[in-house]
Every structure is written in C-alpha cells, then in structure tokens.
Design a protein around this ligand. Structure first.
Ligand SMILES: NC(=O)c1ccc[n+]([C@@H]2O[C@H](COP(=O)([O-])OP(=O)(O)OC[C@H]3O[C@@H](n4cnc5c(N)ncnc54)[C@H](O)[C@@H]3O)[C@@H](O)[C@H]2O)c1
Length: 354
C-alpha cells in the first residue's frame, strides 16, 4: 500500500483480485477497501492487501478513503456500483464491457456526465504499448488517409469439466461472446471513431455448452463504416480450430498490424515489411504472450495469471493513473462506442436470423 490514489474494489473475483494485487504493487495506487457479494471473497482479498471490507458498493463508494472505485463484478452488474461511485464524486474504473444492455450503458453515461470524477473503461488492449503506438501513428497521419481497421479473435474456448452456474457461460449475464470479449472490436472503433452504420452477421449461435469441451457461443462477423467512408471489420469465434488473434490499421501510405499470437507489431508498405516491434516493450512479456496465445484457450483458470497479463494490467494502471490526473484520454475516450456497436451488431444479426 503505497500510492496516493486510494482504491475501493467492488468484485473480488478473478480480475478484481488481479487488478487489486497490481494496484498494490504499482506506485500510484493503494487499495483501501473491498466489497463483494460473497463476504469471504472480500475478506480474503482485503486481508491479503491490508484493506477494509465494506458491506456493499454504496458504502464503499461513499467512504472517505476511496478516490477510485474499481468495478469488477460480472458483466450484467456493472451499472449499480459504477453509478454509486460517480454519484459519490469518485473516479470510476469499470471493467469491460461497460454494460450488456442499452439502458444500463445510458445510465452509466448519464451519471458520468455531471460527475466530477472520471469514467474509465477497462479496454485494456488500448494500453498495450504496441497498440497505443499503432493508433497514435494512425491519428498522426503516418499511415496516410485511413481506409480500414480490422481485428479478429478466433479460437476454441475450453470450459472446465464442471463449470457449475458460471456467469461467463450464460449469455444473459455475460452478454455473449461479442460483448464479453469486446477487445478487438473496441480497438477497431477506437481507431476509426463512431461508426455511421453497422452490419453484423452471426454464422453460429447456440447453447454455450453445446459441444461439451468448448463453448459454441457465436461466430460473429461485424462490418461497419464511418461517416468518412473508412471501413471496420471484426471477427470473433469461440469455435475456430484455426486460431487467429490480430488487429490491423491500414491507410493510403502504410498498414500496421499487431499479431498477438506472435507478440509483434509489423509495419508494411506495399506488401514489404518495413519494421517489426513488440506488442509489449520487454521480451519476456512478448514471449509470455506468444506462449499463452498459442496454447489451448480457456477463460480464467485462477492463479496470478501469466506474465503478459500482469504486464498488460500494469500498463492499464499507468493509463488509469494518467486518466485520473487528466493527462491521458486513452481509456476515457469512446467509453461506450464498442459496447453500443456490439449491441447494434447483435440486433442486426438477430434480424437476419428471423
Ligand atoms: N480486461 C480483461 O481482460 C478481463 C479479464 C477477465 C475479466 N474481466 C472482466 O472483469 C469483470 C469480473 O470478471 P471476473 O473474471 O473477475 O469474474 P468473477 O466471477 O471471477 O468475479 C466476479 C466477482 O464479483 C462478485 N459479485 C457478484 N455480484 C456482485 C455484486 N452485486 N456486488 C459486489 N460483488 C459482486 C462475485 O462474488 C465475484 O467474486 C467482468 O466484467 C469481466 O468481463 C476483464
């Protein structure tokens, strides 16, 4: 416990605990309070970090020793703690996706509008150094006029043998794969800005456990267009035996592409590789990303997480601290664009199925 931004964590599960532990090791934060619907979960994390347990999100948000409320509850339960934090005048970090329905997203944005605190959304991949540089190049004109941004996350998502009543396998609580794993769609809309039109096409959508060992949730292709005529493309699957995980921005002068399975960011001009750098700034984190991305994929399996994920969370905390201090908009701009785009794509896809 060493930094000046005092953190209250709501939701002490897999990712809330990971963020809290990373805050504890980061010079800018100290964790002072923890709340969880399961008292033992709150107690365990609070004890490990020397923090207090609060009965609920409202009490935690109102506490004098909390400057930043971290919301790491399941996806369908982000709105109440986020709004409580914003109404109490605190900065609020909400895990992705901001919400899984339009009403809760609108309610969080309305609370943020008049609030003194900042709303920061957990679009962690924006904070990867290589990705941040790609978008900075695009915005700085280094790629020429933007033509296209595209991203894909396609793999088999394995599930535990006995998952019980796990919210991540329930579309009504997770929002489905497109919302739950919103990362690359967010990068596409972050790079391009608000889409003028969205077309979503679902190839497969079924019961989450239909295939036993892995999730068959949805195979979604989303195509969008901006008012300037740039094109966005996004592809996601939990059922792809040929894995892909990448993000690309193309302009009239060059393309840049992050290949997360290789841990690299490559710049291309006229088909030729001009330079290759890392997704992260250190070799060990890029090696860890490469190793994890090429292994079988499963949602959180417990433990402290691999090195690349801890590095990613540290990069995210750097951006959260900068957002609180008003010196970065990386995680505050377009807070709802990705979630709204996913909802539009799902609606278009549902129409198409009728
Ligand atoms: N950025 C990323 O890469 C990433 C990775 C994993 C999870 N996440 C996000 O983090 C959030 C949490 O996911 P997780 O994997 O930690 O889930 P989890 O199920 O492990 O943890 C959720 C915790 O919230 C608690 N909880 C439930 N309802 C609550 C309430 N009303 N008030 C307080 N606590 C409550 C649960 O008891 C549990 O401890 C989700 O939004 C998820 O999408 C983000």
């Amino acid at each position: 416990m060493n930094g000046s931004i005092r953190v209250g964590v709501v939701g002490a599960g897999f990712f809330g605990a990971m963020i809290a532990r990373a805050c504890d090791e980061h010079g800018a934060f100290s964790v002072t309070a923890v709340a969880d619907a399961v008292p033992e979960a709150a107690e365990r994390l609070a004890t490990a970090l020397g923090a207090r347990v609060h009965g609920g999100a409202e009490a935690l948000a109102a506490a004098d020793d909390v400057d930043l409320v971290v919301v790491a509850t399941p996806n369908h339960l982000h709105a109440d703690p986020a709004i409580a934090g914003l109404r109490a005048g605190k900065h609020v970090f909400v895990e992705k996706p901001l919400g899984i329905d339009a009403d809760s997203i609108d309610a969080i944005l309305a609370a943020a509008e008049d609030a003194p605190g900042r709303l920061v959304v957990g679009h962690v991949m924006r904070a990867f150094p290589g990705v941040r540089r790609m978008v900075a190049q695009a915005r700085g004109g280094a790629l020429g006029t933007l033509i296209e941004a595209a991203g894909a996350r396609r793999r088999l998502v394995h599930v535990p043998a006995d998952p019980g009543d796990w919210w991540k396998l329930d579309r009504s609580r997770s929002g489905g794969e497109l919302l739950h794993e919103i990362h690359e769609l967010d990068l596409v809309v972050w790079a391009l800005g608000e889409p003028a039109s969205v077309v979503g096409v679902v190839g497969v959508s079924g019961a989450p456990l239909a295939h036993g060992a892995h999730i068959v949730d949805s195979v979604t292709e989303t195509v969008l267009r901006t008012a300037d005529g740039a094109l966005g493309r996004h592809s996601i699957s939990t059922s792809a035996h040929r894995a892909e995980w990448w993000f690309r921005i193309s302009g009239t002068d060059a393309s840049v592409e992050a290949d997360f399975r290789a841990g690299t960011v490559t710049r291309f001009v006229d088909g030729a590789v001009v330079d290759v750098t890392g997704v992260f700034d250190d070799d060990a984190s890029n090696d860890s990303l490469r190793e994890a991305a090429q292994a079988a994929q499963a949602y959180n399996t417990g433990g402290p997480g691999p090195l690349w994920m801890r590095t990613a969370v540290t990069c995210e905390l750097d951006e959260i601290a900068a957002a609180v201090q008003g010196s970065s908009t990386v995680l505050t701009e377009h807070p709802a664009t990705a979630a709204r785009t996913a909802l539009r794509a799902n609606a278009v896809a549902a129409e198409g199925r009728q």
